[in-house]
Ligand binder design. Structure first.
Ligand SMILES: NC(=O)c1ccc[n+]([C@@H]2O[C@H](COP(=O)([O-])OP(=O)(O)OC[C@H]3O[C@@H](n4cnc5c(N)ncnc54)[C@H](OP(=O)(O)O)[C@@H]3O)[C@@H](O)[C@H]2O)c1
Length: 223
């Protein structure tokens, strides 16, 4: 399976790429800086220099042509401006879905966020903007005819993965290791029956393969 990853140099994207490559699949992704390409190439993973915002839809389509699936795990990460959040987190998935339609890549996995994440806290204006943009992105993807799947992970940590999660339609927002999010995405890529669904993902007690398989039996049907 050839998978085009936007955000391949990031916390989740990098882990998805490594796990796919280890399993004999073919990850490929966009990187913005040459040193990122060099680091990722050390793991035998192919990258293309590019920027989601600067590239046209046709350029993105040409880059992903021939892939079997897309994983969108990019984000401005609050490190840049509200405008960057709008362009990457908000408009990025919609733009990429148009490119996917042109390139004939139907499977599209979007990493989003729990809508009630940190609702119990008073967050700043940039966080509220981020939440609005994430919701906008989900809506744009849901309105396409693609075989989309939206995964909303809870707060991300860099703790080692446990290989166990809690995945389903509505979950409590807690925390989850990026390792476990990546492993779940890889499993979901191998499970086409889970299609056109919004799934929430947090740490839990069930082995990832088992959890995805059980969910496919309960909710699958399109694949
Ligand atoms: N942090 C949390 O607790 C949390 C919780 C739920 C969901 N999420 C979401 O999970 C997703 C992945 O998180 P993460 O930890 O993997 O994020 P991350 O480490 O910040 O990675 C994001 C990646 O997106 C890339 N990117 C940003 N703008 C780009 C552009 N214009 N063109 C191409 N690539 C671009 C970045 O590239 P550079 O390396 O060049 O900057 C980076 O590699 C994000 O969408 C985030 O919103 C986060």
């Amino acid at each position: 399976m050839k998978v085009f990853i936007i955000g391949i140099a990031g916390g989740i994207g990098r882990r998805v790429a490594v796990q796919l490559a280890e399993a004999g699949d073919e990850p490929i992704g966009l990187v913005r800086r040459p040193e990122q390409a060099e680091a990722i190439a050390l793991g035998g993973i192919q990258t293309v220099r590019g920027d989601l915002v600067a590239m046209s839809v046709d350029e993105l389509a040409a880059t992903m042509r021939g892939c079997d699936a897309i994983v969108f795990s990019a984000g401005a990460g609050g490190k840049e401006s509200n405008e960057a959040t709008t362009l990457v987190d908000g408009d990025g998935p919609g733009k990429l879905s148009t490119a996917a339609e042109r390139a004939g890549v139907r499977r599209f996995v979007l990493v989003s966020v729990f809508p009630e994440a940190w609702r119990e806290r008073r967050m700043d204006e940039s966080f509220e903007h981020y939440m609005v943009e994430k919701k906008k992105a989900e809506t744009q993807l849901v309105l396409t005819d693609l075989d989309w799947l939206i995964v909303r992970p809870s707060a991300l940590t860099n703790e080692p993965g446990t290989g166990r999660v809690d995945l389903g339609l509505a979950k409590f927002h807690t925390e989850i290791a990026r390792d476990d999010v990546a492993a779940t995405i890889v499993e979901l890529l191998r499970t086409p029956a889970l299609n056109r669904l919004i799934l929430e993902l947090t740490s839990g007690g069930t082995a990832i393969g088992e959890e995805v398989h059980a969910l496919a039996i309960r909710l699958g049907g399109d694949g």
